[in-house]
Design a protein around this ligand. Structure first.
Ligand code: SF4
Length: 342
């Protein structure tokens, strides 16, 4: 049995205060929201918190309009309610589609937006405490390197960790240039989505740039309408309830036959959603063509390296990027109810 101190504050300031002694964060403090990942990790003895702060009473369960025309998604809004929100469906259908591509209806009802950002990798070795894992136990080694690594990273990995981030929602948030609002003992700050998650480097136990004891309070979507040309294409071992081997989020505009404001983000390939500015620049201002899509895919995958069992992901990603761009340009986004790929 893992014994921990349990607290259930009513406001954000109390929650962040409870995560600290004076200015110092408690070492093994965890915030509990939907619990769809954290509770599993505690049961598996992967997470061993000494303090659990239940944040479900905090006033963070709203979706509200921002003065600049954007939309603020509260950290405690469920993934299901976010995907079903009228403004999200109307202006950010890429986000709704990515959310609906993930998990199951039951999990999406319980899982929260803040928790989705902070979920841990699904690397098999991370969950198996009988095997070495630098993310779970710094300095222990990496069982996946030279091991079973079919689901692992082809981009941005290190010699310490080749894990991927498992979220679908985050791939869409990366493409939309969302901003993460966090609160800590020094007040509030904003983190551009591109800077929120991190690559493993030689500190793979750090998934993101949150400070210990900081709390995600909301996620801001930019003003505008991203409903014209988009798609979320997810390739996986089976058609539902499986994490992405490769996924692609695309949003773009078309004016006078030219592609504009192109955004491409990959999931399932790295420790964070993967964007490459040079690949998007290659497309901006150009007329769509299969040849151009192939060039952009090649640029997206610059530096991709397989680990043996996941070598296939490089070719799979190349084809998925080209397919997703074609879907977005044709305004025929991937259906998440009929998941057959058009
Ligand atoms: Fe652990 Fe990362 Fe290696 Fe998986 S890939 S075993 S999470 S260090």
């Amino acid at each position: 049995m893992i014994r921990f101190d349990y607290q259930r504050p009513d406001d954000v300031a109390s929650a962040t205060r409870a995560a600290h002694v004076g200015a110092a964060p408690l070492p093994e403090v965890r915030f509990l929201a939907g619990g769809t990942n954290l509770i599993d990790l505690i049961k598996e003895n992967v997470e061993r918190p000494t303090t659990v702060i239940d944040i479900n009473r905090l006033p963070l369960a709203q979706i509200s309009a921002l003065p600049d025309g954007g939309l603020r998604l509260g950290a405690l809004v469920s993934n299901a309610d976010t995907a079903d929100h009228a403004e999200v469906k109307a202006r950010y259908p890429l986000l709704a589609s990515a959310i609906l591509a993930g998990a199951s209806p039951q999990l999406r009802n319980a899982a929260t937006n803040g928790g989705n950002l902070n979920q841990r990798t699904r690397c098999y070795y991370f969950y198996d405490t009988a095997t070495p894992c630098n993310k779970r136990e710094p300095g222990a080694g990496c069982g996946a390197i030279g091991g079973v690594n079919r689901i692992h990273a082809i981009l941005g990995a290190s010699s310490d960790c080749i894990a991927t981030h498992p979220s679908d929602m985050c791939v869409a948030l990366a493409a939309l240039d969302a901003v993460v609002n966090v609160s800590g003992p020094d007040g509030e700050r904003q983190i551009p989505f591109a800077d929120y998650h991190r690559l493993p480097g030689n500190e793979p136990w750090r998934d993101n740039h949150l400070q210990q004891g900081e709390l995600v309070t909301s996620i801001d979507l930019p003003p505008g309408d991203f409903s014209g040309h988009y798609t979320y294409l997810k390739l996986r071992e089976r058609l539902s309830y499986a994490f992405a081997l490769v996924s692609v989020a695309v949003a773009l505009k078309i004016e006078d036959g030219k592609l504009l404001d192109v955004r491409i983000a990959l999931g399932g390939v790295a420790h964070k959603p993967w964007r490459v500015a040079a690949a998007e620049a290659l497309l901006n201002g150009q007329a769509a063509s299969p040849e151009l899509f192939q060039q952009a895919a090649a640029r997206m995958l610059d530096g991709a390296v397989g680990q043996g069992a996941n070598d296939f992901k490089i070719e799979l990603a190349r084809r998925a990027i080209a397919r997703a761009l074609a879907q977005a340009v044709a305004a025929t986004p991937q259906s998440q109810s009929d998941k057959r790929i058009a």
